[in-house]
Design a protein around this ligand. Sequence first.
Ligand SMILES: C[S@@+](CC[C@H](N)C(=O)[O-])C[C@H]1O[C@@H](n2cnc3c(N)ncnc32)[C@H](O)[C@@H]1O
Length: 267
Amino acid sequence: METIEAVIARSLTAKSTELLPYLPYILQDLWELGASPKDVIELITKHIPVSANTQVLDLACGKGAVSVNLAKQLGCHVKGIDIMPEFIDYAIEKAKAYGVASLCAFVVGDIRASVQVEQHYDVVILGAAGDVLGHPATTLNSLKKTVKQHGYIILDDAYGIDDNDNSHPTKRQWLEIFDKSGLKLLAEKIIDEDECIALNQVQQACILKRVNALKKRYPDKVELLDGYIKSQQDECALLENDIYGVTMLLQKDDHDETLDSVQLKRG
Ligand SMILES: C[S@@+](CC[C@H](N)C(=O)[O-])C[C@H]1O[C@@H](n2cnc3c(N)ncnc32)[C@H](O)[C@@H]1O
């Protein structure tokens, strides 16, 4: 198995694990690290019946931007899990500041282990965590096990443009994967191009400011830190030009429910 450090670094667009200790400092001015809370909330509000009993699991929740906003706006219960203790501390503080600490539980953990034990949620979210849980089909199978029958999965990822470019599945390829995984695509929210460019600019400026401060403090790390800026810029260019960032809402389909019920009856 790949080291946990390599997985975390890649999920945060860092090419080297040597950058990991610097990331909480570099990302300190950002709350949203990936998925758009606005888009997730819009998908949930339009398509999922939510009550005070609704239980949401936010895997690789980062600093809790999605979780805290969900709890605040929809009044549901959210459990957020992330491997970075500094991000979890930040999420806990935000939940307090937003008055939703009683609705939110934030814990440090490796979601590769969490998906083996977390179960019976109404909704599970995996936002901008890339391949932390493996290839798309493996990821979806793991996510499915964490939700109830009729449960929902919110996946923030991307649609590739070219069927022959293997880096990101195209929408057609995603639909094939959903079909094989026993999932239905109920709705999607493709990131608006202008919003994407504007957000990238703001976030890049925050990151650059902190990276420049670190470069002054650690002159021997200039190459490493410049490498991070370069990979951030490449990621922004990819999102702006070559792929479509998308938040997808999926539901376990009836076929799966039938299998579950058969197993239950037999068990
Ligand atoms: C791009 S951020 C997205 C954060 C959040 N979902 C959002 O959309 O704002 C990716 C997150 O994955 C987390 N991560 C990476 N590998 C992980 C693992 N094995 N277990 C838990 N969290 C992990 C990182 O710490 C980071 O917070």
